[in-house]
Design a binder for this molecule. Structure first.
Ligand SMILES: Cc1ncc(COP(=O)(O)O)c(C=O)c1O
Length: 442
């Protein structure tokens, strides 16, 4: 299937692929040429079961008719409208629909084109909010080890992935980090929220003690860290963070780029955990991955704080040429319609138990040192090959692809997040394929 003679459409040299092993790929390319529902099609016609919703984004499954039609219609009707000082109806309709779906109190939406831009937008809103409220001394941003908040400078500054940070100089100043919450020695093979580690939230109190609350603008965390291998918050941890933020006037930002739009069996992780952030970043599943778009939700107090001064003046000096782009807005409306018609934003709750038990059946498979799950997300952590971290999981990825299964790996962790239309027989296939692959790994 990965024989280059079948799949090379033209010279592969020019395209510098993102977050990819370019030389390995170009020697042994893996190309998709089509997709439908739960499957991709490769150039030689092989069906590949999608156990990752593309890149955590194709929550409704592939090439869904409502979304395709919405885009086609929009392209013929209104291709582009300037994003600044001019509107078009679908951007407003979408914002209203999103606010209706979001946790109560998240009343305003700022559109971006990606999760990374959503993160920058959220951090800037947080800093500017304190300033318009007369608390401009709050300039510090707190992130967390092993956090992923996209690839722009704000995001990698508050993020906690060393290889994503170390090449790029001084980054933002005034940033501090909480410890990550991954405690395999205490929590390995947890089902759902791990039992141990809520006390790690007290780190925020220590950081407040060090810097003084009056200098801290916001804390940003992923409710469930996805990109660093599905790190599920210990029971009570997020609730504690919320409490400490409240005590000190620190804004709590949830980066829900992965958890948003049904991944945990609720519309947002904020709903799942019953913890309301002040700002919530979403992207990916917003348009089913079809057209780039992000949406940053804020509480009405935050929006209202900016709405002062002469009315002809711009209140917030920020925005993108494609904020609320008509094609993206149409794709998002088609996506929300599909989610609603098929009950996809809560479907994960019905399947979560089956998913959990299926994944945990791999507990005793070779190399497995942890299995963890929440909603329709799961991770299988492998012991690394001595001296060659990431290689074992990467081999699993290649072998899975060659056997017709798309998984995602990060470090030595296999991360799974199928489209929310997944059926039990797909889950069985994912798990039985993985069981076979694990047996063959070095
Ligand atoms: C939690 C989180 N934040 C931000 C991003 C960045 O999103 P994008 O790749 O759309 O810029 C991602 C992407 O995986 C993510 O998982």
């Amino acid at each position: 299937m990965t024989n280059p003679s079948n799949v090379i459409p033209n010279d592969l040299h020019a395209f510098w692929m993102p977050f990819s092993a370019n030389r390995q790929f170009k020697k042994q390319p893996r190309m998709f040429v089509g997709a439908s529902d739960m499957h991709y099609t490769t150039s030689d016609g092989t069906q590949v079961l999608d156990a990752t919703a593309g890149l955590w984004c194709v929550n409704a499954g592939h090439c869904r008719p409502k979304i395709t039609e919405a885009i086609q219609k929009q392209a013929a009707e209104l291709d582009y409208a300037p994003a600044f000082q001019i509107g078009h109806p679908k951007a407003f309709e979408l914002a209203n629909r999103l606010v209706d779906l979001a946790p109560k109190g998240m009343d305003n939406v700022f559109f971006t084109n990606s999760g990374s831009e959503g993160v920058e937008t959220a951090l800037k809103i947080a800093l500017a909010y304190h300033r318009v409220k007369g608390e401009g001394a709050r300039f510090r941003l707190i992130g967390r080890e092993r956090g992923y908040h996209g690839v722009n400078f704000g995001g990698i500054s508050v993020g906690g992935i060393v290889p994503n940070r170390k090449m790029f100089g001084t980054l933002l100043t005034g940033v501090d980090h909480l410890a990550h919450t991954h405690l395999p020695e205490r929590n390995a093979f947890s089902r759902g929220e791990p039992e141990h580690g809520a006390e790690l939230a007290d780190e925020l109190q220590r950081i407040v003690g060090l810097h003084d609350a009056s200098t801290i603008a916001a804390l940003i965390v992923e409710p469930v860290a996805g990109s660093t291998g599905v790190l599920i918050p210990p029971r009570g941890y997020l609730q504690k963070l919320r409490k400490i933020c409240d005590q000190h006037g620190i804004l709590l930002i949830f980066d829900e780029v992965i958890t948003g739009y049904g991944r945990l069996g609720t519309p947002f992780a904020a709903d799942y955990f019953g913890v309301m952030p002040d700002i919530m970043i979403t992207a990916k599943g917003l348009t089913n991955g079809v057209i780039p778009m992000g949406a940053v939700f804020v509480k009405s107090e935050i929006y209202d704080a900016f709405m002062t001064g002469p009315e002809h003046l711009i209140e917030f000096m920020h925005g993108y040429t494609y904020s609320g782009n008509p094609m993206a807005a149409a794709a998002a409306l088609g996506t929300l319609e599909t989610y609603k018609e098929e009950g996809l934003l809560t479907r994960g709750a019905d399947l979560a138990h089956y998913w959990q038990e299926a994944l945990h059946s791999l507990k005793d498979a070779p190399h497995v040192i942890d299995v963890r799950n929440i909603g329709l997300v799961g991770a299988i952590e492998l012991s690394p090959i001595a001296g060659e971290p990431t290689k074992r999981a990467f081999c699993a990825f290649i072998k899975a692809f060659d056997s017709g299964l798309l998984i995602r790996t990060t470090g030595d962790i296999i991360a799974l997040s199928p489209p929310l239309i997944v059926e039990k027989h797909h889950i069985d296939q994912i798990v039985s394929s993985l069981a076979e692959i694990l047996k063959t790994l070095e």
